[in-house]
Design a binder for this molecule. Structure first.
Ligand SMILES: Cc1cc2nc3c(=O)[nH]c(=O)nc-3n(C[C@H](O)[C@H](O)[C@H](O)COP(=O)(O)OP(=O)(O)OC[C@H]3O[C@@H](n4cnc5c(N)ncnc54)[C@H](O)[C@@H]3O)c2cc1C
Length: 403
């Protein structure tokens, strides 16, 4: 075998698993179709992630956080309101403050460029990780004692366990015969970042608009990341506008609480949909991240869920080795699936339900959800439950996320 693990996909979850596995003493070959220079551009491109506190702990545990920390904005409060563009927020809101829990900030906002650069540097520094860039996996063979993948340049790589971290359209899953369920939302997220006059105070805002949620997430300095989910037609129109026109369109939804706005970096669009692999494992194959579950960004939990897969799989593999088991064997894979599949299915269904409940202008639903938000906000134990959920502190936490 060339290595213990072959990881297909060097996006975000693949490198996190490579580092977690190497940290536990496994040798890893990680393959990505794109050159690393394309995956990690030094300029800010508007993409960023709300990482839960437990994801930050994982990044610390795998030696990546020190390179990211100076660029990370702590998320201290979250305010959730219902509204229509131009009318301001409805009077009902949910307000979650990290001061209500002991563990610290609910999470951190990290720009994509800093995260990817930190992953690549840490992988370069590891003797146990071999990186193959600019090579697409086109075939996989499963044998009794391992798996072999074939690259588009004809080379082959073998390992005891094949991990699919190749995103929503996972070829690894397809080749393993794993079917998916899912649907589109006819919504597209327009993602960008803005600079503003007034400080954000580390507060993240989620405004529920009739076409979809608008998230305003604090970045370092007087900057915020925008994830604006709109109907697909409207998102296409928004992308045709020049920067000034785009800001004019954003202002009625965004409001004026942060003062004057200007765009920093490019605008991106992501068609939104749900996709869930019917199994997270097959013979000698495990899926992690978006290859296993792609969810609506309404709760900013996609990458957080993927990083939990990473921490869980790394722990299952270490424990399997300690027991003398084959790391690509059926029992460890069944334990990984049992740990992660129920959690992620629940997350996928919850984000789906929230999106359907909030992305509409039905007056009855509006009244019901406003009452629901007021009730949650008035109940300290429910409020704390939501804060712990946002921080990723609920459920069966893998060791790398326990801090
Ligand atoms: C608008 C939006 C906002 C979001 N905000 C948040 C947030 O705030 N917080 C959060 O937790 N999550 C967020 N997410 C979710 C997050 O972006 C994803 O969960 C995450 O990027 C998935 O990473 P991944 O590594 O699993 O997959 P990907 O990033 O899709 O990486 C897959 C990699 O596999 C490679 N690949 C594919 N096929 C092959 C092949 N055959 N051979 C070799 N390589 C291959 C690709 O080149 C790619 O690099 C958001 C998502 C969207 C759309």
């Amino acid at each position: 075998m060339d290595s213990d693990l072959i990881i297909v996909g060097g996006g975000l979850n693949g490198p996190a698993l490579a580092l977690a596995a190497a940290g536990a003493g496994f040798s890893v070959t990680i393959i990505d179709a794109l050159p690393s220079a394309v995956r990690s551009m030094p300029d800010f491109d508007g993409r960023s992630y709300a990482l839960a506190l437990t994801s930050q702990r994982l990044l610390q545990g795998i030696g990546v956080w020190r390179a990211v920390a100076d660029h990370a904005q702590p998320m201290l409060e979250i305010k959730v309101t219902d509204g229509r563009a131009g009318e301001g927020a409805a009077p009902w809101m949910m307000h979650f403050d990290h001061a209500e829990i002991e563990e610290g900030p609910m999470g951190f906002l990290v720009e994509d460029r800093h995260l990817r650069a930190a992953f690549l540097t840490a992988m370069d520094e590891s003797d146990l990780i071999t990186q193959i860039d600019a090579a697409r996996v086109v075939a996989q063979d499963i044998m009794p004692d391992g798996a072999t993948v074939t690259l588009d340049n004809g080379e082959t790589v073998s390992g005891r366990l094949l991990v699919g971290s190749d995103g929503r359209g996972s070829g690894t899953a397809k080749r393993a015969g794993i079917k998916r369920i899912g649907w589109g939302y006819d919504q597209t997220a327009v993602v960008c970042a803005v600079a503003h006059d007034k400080p954000h105070g580390g507060i993240a805002h989620q405004f529920f608009m009739p076409n979809g949620p608008l998230a305003i997430l604090p970045l370092t300095g007087n900057r915020s990341s925008i994830v604006w989910s709109e109907s697909t037609d409207r998102a296409a129109q928004l992308m045709k506008l020049d920067d000034d026109q785009f800001l004019e369109a954003l202002r009625p939804a965004f409001g004026s609480f942060l003062g004057q706005l200007s765009l920093t970096g490019a605008r991106f669009t992501y068609p939104l949909g749900l996709t869930l692999a019917q199994s997270f494992v097959a013979d000698r194959v495990a899926l992690i991240g978006d290859a296993a579950h792609g969810v609506h960004p309404i709760a900013g939990q996609g990458l957080n869920a993927g990083l939990r897969d990473v921490a869980a799989l790394a722990q299952v593999l270490s424990e399997a080795r300690a027991r003398g088991e084959d790391i690509g064997g059926a029992q460890p894979l069944a334990r990984y699936q049992e740990w992660r599949r129920f959690d992620t299915t629940t997350l996928a269904l919850a984000t789906d339900t929230f999106n359907r409940l909030f992305s509409n202008d039905n007056p009855l639903l509006r009244a019901a959800r406003d009452m629901g938000m007021a009730a949650i906000n008035a109940a300290p134990s429910l409020r704390r439950g939501f804060i712990r959920e946002a921080a990723g502190l609920t459920g069966d936490l893998p060791k790398l996320m326990q801090g």
